[in-house]
Design a protein around this ligand. Structure first.
Ligand code: HEC
Length: 106
């Protein structure tokens, strides 16, 4: 009986995780794809590069207020527009970017 509950619980967790990743990908394709690619440098740096040097808070900060945050990152001129995303979109895109962190650093 307990095992049955565990199986149900784990499948809900798994389905939730998959949906979450799906949402991050959707946000990426909707808002970021024109200037960022997952692993290749585009107009902006790749997600793999960003994930290797930034924390979740820094990534969120950049999305919400790139003008201020890009200065603290050392960019002399900000070329990224600010995005007004919903909390869950912010959370899922941040997780999506961090999922590209090079394996050796995880
Ligand atoms: C119009 C082009 C453009 C779009 C669209 C765009 N970015 Fe950017 N992004 C840039 C550029 C260019 C930089 C480099 C910093 C700068 O110029 O301000 C950058 C930098 C960043 C950085 C910081 C890079 C670092 O040094 O760590 C993050 C994080 C980031 N972008 C996330 C996103 C996310 C998430 C989205 C989608 C919601 C997005 N960007 C959409 C152009 C864009």
């Amino acid at each position: 009986m307990a095992l049955k509950f565990l199986v149900v619980f784990l499948s809900i967790l798994f389905a939730g995780g998959a949906l979450y990743a799906e949402e991050g990908k959707r946000v990426f394709e909707t808002y970021c794809w024109g200037c960022h690619h997952q692993t290749a440098v585009a107009f902006g740096p790749s997600f793999a590069e960003i994930a290797s040097k930034r924390s979740a808070e820094e990534i969120r900060g950049m999305i919400v207020d790139p003008e201020a945050v890009s200065k603290t990152f050392g960019y002399s001129r900000n070329a990224m527009p600010a995005f007004k995303l919903k909390e869950e979109e912010l959370r899922s895109i941040t997780a999506y970017i961090l999922s590209y962190k090079p394996k050796a650093e995880q």
